[in-house]
Design a protein around this ligand. Sequence first.
Ligand SMILES: [Zn+2]
Length: 387
Amino acid sequence: MKRILILAAVALAGIARAQPGQTNIARWQDDKTGAVSITWDDGSINQFKVALPILNKLHLPATFFIITGQIPGSTYHGKFIGRPIPDIIKETATIPTDQNNLFERASAAGYLGLIGPLDYHYKAGSLVDAGKTDEAIKVIDELYARVRRGDFKPGVQHNDEYKDAHGTTWDDIKRYAAQGHEFASHMITHPRLAILDEPNMLYELKKSREEIRQRLGRKYTFSGEGPFGTENERVMKYAYRVYPALRNRMPEPWLKEISRGNNENPGNSGKAYVQLQRGATTKTPMPVMKSRVDTTLKRKDTWLVLTIHGVDSIGWEALTHQALQEYFNYIKKQEDKLWVATFGDVTKYMRERQAAKVSGQISKDKIIVTLTHTYANRQKIHTLMPT
Ligand SMILES: [Zn+2]
């Protein structure tokens, strides 16, 4: 949180009249027109092998939401926290799934030592995310009926993200972080958080943060992203206890949020900032991708948050390196007007600015600008000498 707010528009003309001019805190760092954060989910290997070198050549920082449990050498791996699993399976024979046991059963689904049940965790979780809890209950009931019938083969099942991240190491990630990129939690196993019970949800949230803190340091425990862009209220309540910033939701009174799944245009929000979150996927034509940058440039309040997954056929909805190169060149060309910064840095800047007060006064031959903000409990006094 050690960012200094940039002051702009100190009207020195005021000095001649022995009155301070108007002092504002720039909406974006260096008084730019808009902000862009390039964010990546899942840590699929080509994000680092292919996309990161392109970003580094252009000196563009990015944020990577990584799945910590699948990086070799990690301390915390996916596991079920709760009663013995055989007891849970046995109980499903006599007690149907309902609102009370749904989350426990769905949390255990990936840890039954069988190949197949993990798919039910994801399917039921997507239904809860969509507000269809009754349908999720049916899915979990069907799962355990099949488990009791012995329909599944024994084994360990990994999700696709696990396989796509193959080749990532903590040593590499440390090096990339030192190059100016933000690393942040995308949980331990990439679960559907909305269908986990409290102990299992907190395990995913807290232990992925702990893993990152141990490997990279506290600086990287600021941001997080719950998998599948969940906006589930219950998940957000828990997640905000663990992370100061989440890309899923950012409920600030001064921010209008437009999420990935929402086609709305920024419009006139009447708020200080707009977060325009947009996915760049194989289905997104390049002119559309570029038009989002143009929209950001035409306004003064917009923070374009790009979410990207796969690269060159590895990972979900992969973009080619040619497309990424073209798009990042386009962003780079506008850098005199666009502040390209990590998700965490833009969040901190906006929050500090919104929590700040600035005032100016004349003292003999000086203008004293006092900047106070409550966000990090600090006060800064800038003294500007007339020239
Ligand atoms: Zn993801």
